[in-house]
Unconditional design. Structure first.
Ligand SMILES: Nc1ncnc2c1ncn2[C@@H]1O[C@H](COP(=O)(O)OP(=O)(O)OP(=O)(O)O)[C@@H](O)[C@H]1O
Ligand code: SF4
Ligand SMILES: [Mg+2]
Length: 315
């Protein structure tokens, strides 16, 4: 049995008393890839940022984020820096935000080795080239001397992944890491993440609004809606047997063979704003199965099997 490295319990992240992340609990085991999926505004990034201590200052976090059995929400700034340098690494949608435009990519990866692994400048430069090779950047000695703007989006994201790996994290949080890339490059980056998980044993929390992309990579998937976890299952089970009306809706929005461009369906309606979320089921405004009990009361998450739970009054 693999050890649980991240154990999030009843996490709530609120803006002026309105929760954007509402009482969510989930675990990630060593080496596991957990997918988090949901539409824009569901609280995916906020959950990730809070796990790194990087949520906006105006947001109030409560509950527990236990990483290797320590509740990170009690961390001092110094302790956070250690977590970010050695324990958890984060990869964002736009690699340019993580890269320094005026430093070569080789130097940026090398700096990670110097800072977090104590290598000398020369050793770090060699390790950086090695790491660029690990993430399959062709001709890494030459590319190490390039500046970020001289590389393609896919190559830049590989550099960011190399920087993350240099810290030897036990957890990588990837927040929409392939959303800005075209489909072919996206598939290559997903393959790379899978390969690195195999090689290094790092766990990955993979966030996307695209259930198709998530299920390519993740073995377990959590579905978020309006700050809540509404369903969770293995990726296989979620596809074969989705139960929550929201998950069913998300599956219905996936492109299918034979579908014309621009034909992609969407779930009617939108995620309600923070101050318009009642105490009942968050999906009630958009749900075809909704009854008055849905407005009155938030459904509890029910375990349908060992690998499948769902929060809905009318299954
Ligand atoms: N700095 C902030 N101040 C106030 N509200 C915020 C702030 N940051 C996020 N929120 C609110 O928190 C909610 C969740 O945002 P979050 O960025 O986590 O969504 P997301 O699921 O990552 O969406 P996306 O797919 O668009 O990235 C949103 O309703 C957003 O309006
Ligand atoms: S609890 Fe009610 S509104 Fe919510 S998803 Fe289930 S049926 Fe729909
Ligand atoms: Mg986000």
């Amino acid at each position: 049995m693999q050890k649980t490295i991240l154990d999030v319990r009843r996490l709530r992240v609120a803006f002026r008393g309105y929760p954007a992340v509402n009482d969510i609990s989930y675990q990630i085991k060593q080496g596991e890839i957990l997918g988090i999926v949901g539409e824009s505004g569901c609280g995916k990034s906020l959950t990730a940022l809070t796990t790194m201590g990087l949520q906006p200052k105006v947001m109030q976090a409560s509950g527990e984020v236990n990483f290797n059995d320590k509740n990170l929400l009690e961390n001092t700034e110094k302790e956070w820096q250690k977590v970010r340098g050695e324990g958890i690494a984060m990869i964002f949608q736009e690699p340019m935000t993580a890269l320094n435009p005026v430093t070569t990519v080789g130097d940026q990866v090398a700096e990670m080795f110097q800072l977090h692994q104590g290598y000398s400048k020369k050793e770090a430069a060699e390790k950086a080239v090695e790491m660029l090779n690990v993430v399959h950047i062709p001709d890494p000695t030459k590319r190490a001397k390039a500046y970020p703007h001289e590389l393609s989006g896919g190559m830049r994201q590989r550099v960011v992944i190399a920087m993350a790996l240099a810290c030897k994290p036990s957890l990588i949080i990837a927040d929409e890491p392939t959303t800005a890339l075209d489909v072919t490059v996206q598939a290559q980056v997903l393959d790379l993440l899978e390969e690195l998980r195999e090689a290094t044993g790092t766990a990955i929390q993979f966030i996307s609004h695209n259930l198709g992309v998530v299920s390519q990579l993740a073995e377990n998937v959590v579905v978020m809606y309006a700050g809540r976890i509404v369903e969770r299952a293995t990726a296989e089970e979620l596809f074969a047997n989705p139960q929550h009306p929201y998950t069913v809706g998300l599956l219905g929005t996936l492109p299918r063979i034979g579908m014309a461009r621009g034909e992609l369906p969407s779930i009617p309606g939108a995620v309600p704003p923070l101050d318009q979320r009642g105490s009942g089921c968050p999906f009630v405004d958009r749900c075809s199965r909704a009854t008055p009990s849905c407005t009155a009361e938030m459904p509890e998450e029910v375990e349908l099997s060992k690998v499948h739970s769902v929060a809905c009054h009318h299954l």
